[in-house]
Design a protein around this ligand. Sequence first.
Ligand code: E4P
Length: 218
Amino acid sequence: MKFFIDTANLDQIREAHDLGILDGVTTNPSLMAKEGITGAEAVLKHYVDICNIVDGDVSAEVISTDFKGMVEEGEKLAALHENIVVKVPMIKDGIKAIAHFTNQGIRTNCTLVFSPGQAILAAKAGATYLSPFIGRLDDINWDGMELIKQIAEIYAVQGYETQILAASVRNPLHIVKAAQFGADVVTCPLNAILGLLNHPLTDIGLAQFLADHAKANK
Ligand code: E4P
């Protein structure tokens, strides 16, 4: 399973990259706004800055919601860098745009996916990545992980090549379960990635090893 970081914060992207386990980055308009990146030129420059840190796919989301606008924006984003993947919302014109981009050889990430039916449509349109939002489903008392399981089963049975990119990850357990249930990629905040490191027995064991070493080498 590939690891993407879900942020537009350059320091956090560098920190995850320095761990040596980062395969890519996802952003969305809310994450860009959180970093104070506003205005068309600044947004485009920020995507290039991210591509210069990480040697992997970087999802850049369109703002338009009509076919023509999405195509114009997507082509501009894709031209920024070979690693840019155009992120398109799961709406009717979005599916049309994904099919268009697929024919043009432009890679896409279909976002805001909450059902297996939506996942089938995106795969039929040729999306490179599909982003089911685990955390937002859990937030409303639906089972986000069950969706990953269902989509993984459907894609395997049908032989769809679209990669399942588990998104809206809130914690380390989401990452573990996404791996268990067949996600190809998981995109997560830095704290969820770092949370995978933690186990009290690791801390206790390391403290004991160091204490024993110090005692024996006095
Ligand atoms: C990433 O592609 C999604 O936009 C992101 O994971 C959404 O996460 P959130 O539900 O925490 O906003």
